[in-house]
Design a protein around this ligand. Structure first.
Ligand code: S3P
Length: 433
């Protein structure tokens, strides 16, 4: 029996972006350690540089010389945010608080995703935003206002990005900005803002932020990305019993608002424990994840908006693992997946069916009929990094080769993925994009 050990997975994408943007609008210099070096992060950094922020890499660490809340400069041309919805929404909020105008555009996938639920509150706070193409989407032009007016809003979607966008804009508002949510979404923004000394109070239902005050840059350690570790956990979970050893992944962020997938894997029968649990000074919990084989995987019911939020990026993977479980797995309340890089309900179902897994789906639900043998497949990622990696994980379970087309998008979030997955399967990269 072999064992698999990963000394790290790349830094968390959500926390990397928040820590970089917060330091960019702070006073002084902050270093962000163990930053994810991926395409999404490079897009975020490129935009901040165009806004006059000095940012330098040193290995996987990034020093950011903050410009203060209102010290950014007007960009010379359109800001291109590429694929990253998180950076688009955070930076839009920062632009809302500036005294200049800017244009923001994204790649084809991002330009098809909704921006209106961020644009509306920013408009209510005083920014003037004009869509330059399709209504509700990028590209757009934003004329900031200084100061913004604080607002109180109810969540309109289940999204940490809506909440985070409002809180970043709240930094530019004189007074108290308030966000009420129907269920908890990932709370990295709240934890980081608290660590930065920003006046923020939050519980599951409501967050208050007192804005209008400068704050100092901070050093931030970014934990390993649980959403990247999830691919290795899934690849391990679906290996045939006779091929399993143990699996250890070190230094992973295990924030409870993100860890729904590990909880469900344990419910399905994988023996999974957290070791060396600790809390980083930025308030993020971190641990080593250790797994040994369970008996057989059993199907689960995943439902409820809070639970689905805690594994929103892992739903395609959960569906993939479910193909190896006895019985039918039902995933409800996952309608938010229609607005990801692709409509992930459809693209996930398409990949599963290509591998011979009977899958049915509706607007916000998927049913995966598990327990039957998969067949090798030729599938296209449709440019969606999580779909490409989910397909690769499925392929890793088979002795016969599969082909996954359009894999360059993996660099959006997990550049070392192919190398890491190679511990579980033989992989040939046929061409690089
Ligand atoms: C993210 C939040 C999630 C997630 C995305 C990153 C974030 O989106 O899907 O990959 O960094 O806030 P929603 O908050 O829109 O669900």
């Amino acid at each position: 029996m072999c064992s698999f050990e990963f000394h790290s997975v790349p830094g968390d994408k959500s926390i990397s972006q928040r820590a970089i943007v917060l330091n960019a609008i702070a006073e002084g210099k902050g270093t962000v350690y163990n930053v994810l070096r991926s395409r999404d992060i490079e897009s975020c950094i490129a935009i901040l540089r165009q806004l006059g922020v000095t940012i330098a890499w040193n290995g996987d660490d990034l020093s950011v010389h903050g410009k203060g809340l209102r010290g950014l400069q007007a960009p010379a041309g359109r800001l291109e945010v590429g694929n990253t919805a998180t950076s688009a929404r955070l930076i839009l909020s920062v632009l809302a608080g500036q005294s200049f105008a800017a244009e923001l555009g994204g790649n084809a996938l991002l330009s098809a995703r909704p921006m209106d639920w961020v644009v509306q509150p920013l408009t209510d706070m005083g920014a003037v935003i004009e869509y330059l193409g399709t209504k509700g989407c990028l590209p757009l032009r934003i004329q900031g206002a200084s100061p913004l007016s604080p607002i109180e809003m109810e969540a309109t979607v289940f999204s940490a990005q809506e909440k985070s966008a409002l809180l970043f804009a709240g930094l530019y508002a004189e007074g108290i900005t308030c966000y009420r949510q129907r269920c908890q979404s990932r709370d990295h923004t709240e934890r980081l803002m608290h660590y930065f000394g920003i006046d923020i109070q939050s519980d599951n239902d409501v967050t208050f932020l007192k804005g209008g005050k400068a704050f100092s840059a901070k050093d931030v350690m970014v934990p390993g990305d649980l959403s990247s570790a999830a691919f290795l956990l899934a690849a391990y979970a679906i290996r045939r019993a006779e091929r399993k050893g143990s699996l250890l992944i070190k230094g992973v962020g295990v924030n409870p608002t993100r860890s729904g997938f590990t909880g469900l894997l344990a419910e399905m029968g994988l023996h999974l424990t957290l070791q060396a649990e600790a809390e980083l000074i930025s308030g993020e919990p971190i641990a080593d994840i250790y797994c040994t084989p369970g008996t057989r995987l059993s199907s689960v019911l995943a439902e409820g908006n809070g639970r689905i939020q805690s594994l929103i990026d892992e739903v395609p993977l959960l569906a993939a693992v479910s193909a190896f479980a006895e019985g039918d797995t039902v995933i409800r309340d996952c309608g938010e997946l229609r607005d990801k890089d692709t409509n992930r309900i459809q693209t996930t179902a398409g990949v599963l069916r290509a591998f011979g897994v009977e899958t049915s789906c509706s607007e916000d639900e998927m049913v995966i009929h598990g327990g039957r043998r998969l067949s090798p497949a030729i599938v296209d990622s449709c440019g969606d990094h999580r779909i490409a990696m989910t397909a690769a994980v499925l392929a890793s379970s088979l002795d016969e080769p599969s082909i996954i087309r359009n894999c360059g998008c993996i660099n959006v979030s997990y550049p070392g993925f192919v190398e890491d997955l190679s511990q579980f399967a033989d992989i040939d990269v046929l061409y690089a994009e």
